[in-house]
Ligand binder design. Sequence first.
Ligand code: ATP
Length: 234
Amino acid sequence: MLLVENLDVHYGDAQALDGVTLEIPERAIVAIVGANGAGKTSLIRAIAGINRPTRGRILYRGDNIAGLPSYKVCNLGIGQVAEGRQVFPSLTIAENLAMGAMIPRARANRDRNLDRVYAMFPRLAERRAQAAGTLSGGEQQMVAIGRCLMGEPELIMFDEPSLGLAPAIVQQVLATVRDLNREGITCVLVEQNVAVSLKLASHAYVLENGRVTLSGSGEEMLGDDRVRQAYLGI
Ligand code: ATP
């Protein structure tokens, strides 16, 4: 579905990604694992059209989308749940969700998608008129995921969706990723809970200093000594 080939990303003279090649198969959950600063967010932002790659191709269903502006990438069905949730704090839940439906592909089905999001997260329905900035971290994450779903994505990239959330809520967020995947949405998951993300993932890539150093099935990665030592503390 998505093929990243030899991707480089620079910030000025600093290189964040160095020849990254990876594949996201349709309906998969692909985990991206790596230490702080390894380049995980840079990869997601490059695919999302926020960072312009300095080299390489990003093929989505065969078309090179590298360098496309982010609204065009979104409109192709590639959604992103950004690190830190990034809800609009002074807007209500309903207004935040409406922002996700501004792209042309999602406008016609806006009401249906809104019903779907409220059915998935009844708490958001109950509080739809509340300012998003007054919600708990877990509720804000639901808003961020809901807003992404309003754009009818076929692929969602989740950047640290459980960061800063209480353990019970972490489980809920990861169960949501699993449920969305079962509904047919392809997922890219960057997650500090490496063991949980590898259990969920069909495929995984390890990024180190902007390079892919290991890849395999989630299960293979869980059993790999280097992964166990570096990321699982075993
Ligand atoms: P983390 O888990 O800490 O978010 P990450 O794996 O997502 O890390 P990136 O945020 O992609 O890593 O960062 C990769 C490298 O690029 C790091 O060295 C970082 O300092 C650098 N970097 C990221 N964003 C910028 C920026 N806007 N300007 C300059 N350097 C940046």
